[in-house]
Write a protein that binds this ligand. Structure first.
Ligand code: MN
Ligand code: MN
Length: 404
């Protein structure tokens, strides 16, 4: 085998001495079979424990550079396009057997939009809107989420275009399939109409536990129809309340603004005892106080929370890639903080991030923030697990045998 001077350390002679010393004296990590680096569990030869932070990793001198890195540790732009290069596990039986803590689901559906289309491309854009790979470290929460939670990407619901009923049905079945394993589904939209089938499936999966909803959006999405269409992205919240999935009083909306819905829709929402917090209230009281109220209202009765994030709750200047942009919205830092605030205290049943329309995005601004919304939720779930004193359940990677 041809020696590679970068792999055996000689190449570091040309970089500053302190860095070179650090790099050359770093422990040479080997691939470990089993679920922990200590080799506590060597009964799963198919499972490959990933290396730790990739910037601290040097392959051993004798390792073949072609196979030295697991796909998970390669740069974000190389290899798998699953969310954060997590194991892609689309098969229902495999999911049931593995029982991951968190499973990403794509809902590439935008047949129900009232204005700009494009959210069908949202899942792919959100999945890959990252420059990180390997074990991520949340500076916000001081935790490496994939060290604590077994996370997978369950793939997309098998949507086909131009059939609202079928699209919603396959999304419902996909979310039910995942949620029934006990995993927390995080659904990437897609237009907001997908929250109707997705939350319906989650309610079915959690059985007798009651569901509250915390819904970030510029829009109430509680119309009866748009141009006569009941399964519109302007109507999912009304469908969820009408069908009994969520009680109106535990349906809490944050960030509403602009010029919609009309007074009669707000009157219906009031009759259902829905609660909503306008952007003007956030302007006067601050996001944190308003979100704290929203959590308490959503949990006034229910045990579990469905968190729905319409990316248009953000100001369109900071999230232009969306279908119905409404000026005057939240800052990304307010939304990311709000997601940590919600997920760190509730029992999260599921989450969706919707209305990312990549064709209207610039420089992946919107899809990147949507990706971070998901990461903030996963990190907060991990922190919750740590705080409860529960054992870590690190993300397990499977070696790609075809390449070996
Ligand atoms: Mn919406
Ligand atoms: Mn909206």
């Amino acid at each position: 085998m041809v020696a590679n001077r970068w792999l055996d350390g000689e190449g570091f002679a040309s970089i500053p001495a302190t860095h070179a010393r650090q790099a050359c004296s770093a422990p040479r990590r080997r691939l470990h079979w089993g679920r922990s680096e200590e080799g506590a569990n060597s009964t799963m030869p198919d499972e490959l424990r990933r290396r730790r932070q990739n910037d601290e990793h040097l392959p051993a001198a004798h390792e073949d550079p072609y196979t030295a890195y697991h796909d998970f540790d390669l740069p974000a732009y190389v290899g798998s396009t699953s969310f954060q290069k997590l194991p892609l596990l689309t098969d229902a039986a495999a999911l049931r057997e593995r029982r991951p803590d968190v499973a990403i689901i794509g809902a590439p559906f935008d047949d129900a939009v009232s204005h700009r289309p494009g959210a069908r491309f949202g899942p792919r854009a959100i999945r890959t809107a990252t420059y990180h790979s390997g074990s991520l470290n949340s500076l916000q929460l001081g935790i490496e989420p994939f060290e604590w939670l077994d996370c997978v990407d369950a793939g997309d619901a098998p949507v086909t275009p131009a059939d609202l009923e079928r699209g919603h049905e396959v999304i419902r079945r996909k979310v039910l399939e995942v949620a029934s394993t006990g995993a927390i589904p995080i659904i990437l939209g897609g237009d907001h109409s997908i929250t109707f089938p997705a939350a319906s499936a989650v309610a079915e999966a959690i059985g007798s536990r009651r569901l509250g909803v915390v819904h970030f959006d510029a829009h109430a999405d509680a119309a009866n129809s748009t141009w006569g269409v009941l399964r519109s992205h302007g109507t999912p919240m009304r469908r969820l309340i009408e069908s009994g999935v969520v009680e109106g009083r535990n349906f809490v909306q944050v960030g509403l603004r602009g010029y919609w819905p009309p007074a009669e829709t707000l009157a219906w929402m009031g009759e259902q005892q829905m609660r909503w917090h306008l952007m003007t209230e956030i302007e006067s009281r601050g996001a944190e106080a308003v979100v704290a109220d929203a959590i308490a209202e959503a949990l006034d009765g229910p045990e579990a929370i469905y968190l729905s994030v319409d990316i248009d709750v953000l100001d369109p200047g900071l999230a232009p890639g969306t279908g119905t942009p409404e000026p005057g919205g939240l800052l990304p830092r307010e939304l990311l903080r709000a997601i940590r605030q919600v997920v760190s205290v509730v029992d999260l049943a599921a989450m969706d991030v919707v209305e990312v329309s990549p064709p209207y995005d610039h420089g992946e601004v919107t899809s990147t923030t949507a990706h971070r919304c998901v990461m903030e939720a996963i990190s907060a779930l991990a922190a919750q697990r740590r705080e409860r004193g529960e054992a870590a359940n690190p993300t397990r990677l499977v070696r790609d045998r075809s390449g070996a």
